[in-house]
Design a protein around this ligand. Sequence first.
Ligand SMILES: Nc1ncnc2c1ncn2[C@@H]1O[C@H](COP(=O)(O)OP(=O)(O)OP(=O)(O)O)[C@@H](O)[C@H]1O
Length: 573
Amino acid sequence: MFRWLSAAIDGQGGHLEDAFRWLYTFVKPQTKAIMGLMLLSVFASGMVLLQPWLTKTLIDDGLIAKDYDTLVSVALLMISVGIISTALSGVTRYLHTRLSGRILFALRDNLYQHLQTLSPSFYGKRRIGDLLSRLDGDVAEIQRFAVDSMFSAVSSVLGLVGSVVMLLALSWKLSLLVLIMIPLEVLWLRWMRRKVEVRVRTIRERSADLSSFLVETLPAMKFIQSVGQEHRERVKLNTLNENYLSDLLKLQVTEFFTQAIPGTLTSLTRASAFLIGGYWVIQGDWQLGSLIAFSTYLGMAVGPVNSLLGLYVAIQRMSVSLGRVNELRIEQPEIPHDASWKPLPENVTGELRFNNLSFAYPGREQLILSEASAEIPAGSKVALSGPSGVGKSTLIDLMQRYYDPQSGSITLDGIDIRTINPLELRKSIAVVSQDIVLFRGSLSENIRYASPEASDQQVEAAAEQAQLQSLIAELPQGIDSIIGERGQQLSGGQRQRIAIARALLQNPIILVLDEATAAVDEATEAQVIDAVDQLFAGRTRILISHRASTLAGAEQRVILQDGKLLAGEAIIA
Ligand SMILES: Nc1ncnc2c1ncn2[C@@H]1O[C@H](COP(=O)(O)OP(=O)(O)OP(=O)(O)O)[C@@H](O)[C@H]1O
């Protein structure tokens, strides 16, 4: 069924088959709710179809036949049908919103969970604005289709079939008009199909461009102001807006023509029905009530045809969005889940070995590491140095298993890290780097980010050990003060000390300070490193820095140069 659906929609051999199957997994758990809503829709459609028939009875059997009793009973019936219809539509809307929301959130949750497994390389090559637009706009478009359009299709089909039955019952001859109109509309629609799809894809890409622009420039506003490039960014935004608007207008025009031709056909059919039916009424061959009911049912048959046509456009929009979401969904994690992963043994001491490591980033030829080997004894303090861009941070990323080397291995206490559950491996290594991630929230929440279970006393102790007392004293609500988004109201040194406090609380087996103290003065750095040495005595510490003072006091010195790990001046391996 999915293959057929996919081939019918994308017309390219069904490349969305798998995506449809994925989508179905979110709809399936809601089967009961969907069935309930379908039943309500059938009732609602029945009520709507009843109204014109009641009008016909009111005119022909009440008014024209001058039967007051029938007039009153039909009027009462009309009121009751009206009240039931209103109540039904209220309940349906509520249940519909609930169902719709559940599917939307489940879809987004699933995609977000998948994104959490992807490596830093993925995020390095993707624009955040584009990801945002896929997670937000595209997912919502799919959900709108999966729920809204599906129900609209069901009630449209019911409405169409019901109205056609009523039309035939009123006059089969006049109903032939509808039989001419519908095939013409369908032919037109098939022709317009591709055009709509192309326009929709362009508009989604334009919208992603706009989000990317905002996501990139808003956090960089201070820099833009400092180099006086506000005007340039405004011009860029203007161009993006104009491109968006121009494509939006093209889409509107295409959609307008897609809908307008069927609309005109409907008006023509309706006018013809009035001309022919009206002539019959004048001749006394037909009743006025029947003509009015026929015209109403004709309108009611056209409504569903139009919304089925709209559904065609909705399908195009949805398949574009599903394609874009699917591109993310099929993105493979660098480290695929492996059922044979083992937990980290409890008594791990932190002895590290790099054995003939060779590594190049995916898609790049240049080898960052080439048969590099080194040994870091458990509990030692190691200084890792080397020219900028040589691959020091890459080595740490390999240690945390964001990537796997092309050859060679890394062992922790003799265990190949590829056999350890990466979640546990990463928790056992705390990395304080140059880029410190701070979330919107209080200072204490930020400190306990990696260890949510830590008590208030533990958080306070870690803050004190990382020399954060003076910052806490300055803040209005102390450690519970909210620090701005990404910690922008803090100095570079303060941010680094928060990261150190966070690492202390994480209680890792291995601590990596990757240029962690570069932003603090040498006196503070000495204090922090002293504190780190005391608190982490006996644990493996790797210090990466270009500053000699940071590295002084290390028991072992490893230099990364030309892809090799060297010990002091001598090559270890
Ligand atoms: N995700 C990535 N994809 C491709 N290449 C990358 C990626 N990350 C880093 N590189 C490249 O790998 C090389 C090593 O980068 P890395 O950040 O490991 O160097 P580093 O020694 O830590 O530098 P620094 O001392 O300046 O921080 C650089 O040439 C860099 O451009």
